[in-house]
Design a protein around this ligand. Sequence first.
Ligand code: THU
Length: 156
Amino acid sequence: MNKEITIYYEEYEHWSSLSGQEQGMIEKAYQMCETAYAPYSKFHVGATVLLSNGTIVSGNNQENIAYPSGLCAERVALFYVGANHPKEQIDTIVVVAKGDLVPEDKLLSPCGGCRQVMLESEMRQEKNIRVVLVNQIGKTIVFHSIKDLVPFAFGL
Ligand code: THU
């Protein structure tokens, strides 16, 4: 029998349609791209995370000459939350990318490893996490749960 999965997401021409708080998170995520350490890929990624107490935590990708030793922006931010705000729920994560090799109209979608970590954050808190992805010309997509990014996820 053939089956089908439906994934829901919102799409906007520009992030100015989002709330003021999320617009601020997007601006901060782009600021974080400036301090990404990405001399090898030249792919600068910024992530901001909104916690339920209103705290905003941000991260960016950190590379290493021994390539697998680096870490993606999303995981830098999420692991900081796990270490420093373990009792707070995560409300939203914003992810953006820029750099010489990133086309302006390219909308970054988190890698599989980051999706798996985001999923576990969502499972631990038993509350959906909103995922906001933006490209450099403003196009925006919003997911209402990490589960929409990881169908048939590994886990119990
Ligand atoms: N990267 C991220 O920061 N997040 C992702 O979801 C995908 C990739 C980083 C890792 C590496 O520093 C660079 O982008 C190129 O893969």
